[in-house]
Design a protein around this ligand. Structure first.
Ligand SMILES: C[S@@+](CC[C@H](N)C(=O)[O-])C[C@H]1O[C@@H](n2cnc3c(N)ncnc32)[C@H](O)[C@@H]1O
Length: 210
């Protein structure tokens, strides 16, 4: 795969990133969206999966998990920590080209702390791509980071309402929007998060009366 701009800053900070990631438990970080994670064994995609904490937690509860991550150092840590029960793929948003042929689709897609690494045009393309990858009624959960750059330095501002509007364009309807959520990392008072859960709805059929 080509160099992905959004990975800027991560590889050099791998050790620090591993410690920081393990400092926050999956259940705590995703508390507000746990109710939207399928309970039956399902096909799950974790995009920008970092060192694999969330992919591993989702596999642990019985899901078949594909994890996509463009920082090779992270992918390598993830593979050594969580092994072969997860399909690890070196790829990136907005196009997720490696998944083009996945006709079976996904029931649940997670993009945790990734959206701010792609610009507005890329986010539009990424939403279309994820909507295409979702099965009917599938769920897409994402979190938007607001504040100064952290370890990853290639960032863009994001906006919850704008994200919801763009999502509706591709038939993803909002189930949850939580703005202004605090960071769980100590000392990060200048960072807040928006948590969004979207569900794929069928395209509206033309009305008989039209
Ligand atoms: C803040 S980390 C979040 C990692 C993980 N999702 C978590 O919550 O622990 C952001 C991740 O997004 C990845 N990333 C950056 N640009 C990306 C892109 N264009 N497509 C997919 N992932 C990207 C980075 O390599 C990094 O692993």
């Amino acid at each position: 795969m080509l160099w992905v701009k959004g990975t800027e800053g991560y590889a050099a900070a791998t050790e620090r990133f591993v410690v920081a990631t393990h400092g926050i438990a999956f259940q705590d970080l995703h508390q507000s969206i746990l109710q939207f994670i399928p309970t039956d064994p399902s096909h799950v995609l974790d995009v920008g999966s970092g060192i694999g904490r969330d992919a591993a937690a989702l596999a642990e509860i019985g899901h078949t998990v594909v994890a996509v991550e463009p920082t090779r150092e992270f992918l390598s840590v993830a593979q050594s920590l969580y092994g072969t029960s997860i399909e690890w793929i070196d790829d990136s948003l907005p196009l997720l080209q490696s998944l083009e042929d996945r006709k079976e689709g996904f029931d649940f897609v997670l993009a945790s702390a990734v959206w701010h690494h792609i610009d507005q045009d890329e986010r539009r393309i990424a939403l279309t791509c994820i909507a295409d990858l979702l099965r009917p009624t599938g769920i897409f959960a994402l979190s938007l980071r607001h504040g100064p750059a952290g370890v990853g330095t290639h960032i863009f501002p994001t906006d919850g309402q704008e994200t919801v509007q763009e999502a509706e364009r591709v038939n993803l309807k909002p189930l949850l929007v939580l703005e202004n959520q605090p960071s769980l990392v100590k000392g990060k008072k200048n960072v807040t998060w928006t948590r969004i859960v979207l569900q794929k709805v069928s395209e509206s059929l033309p009305s008989d009366e039209a």
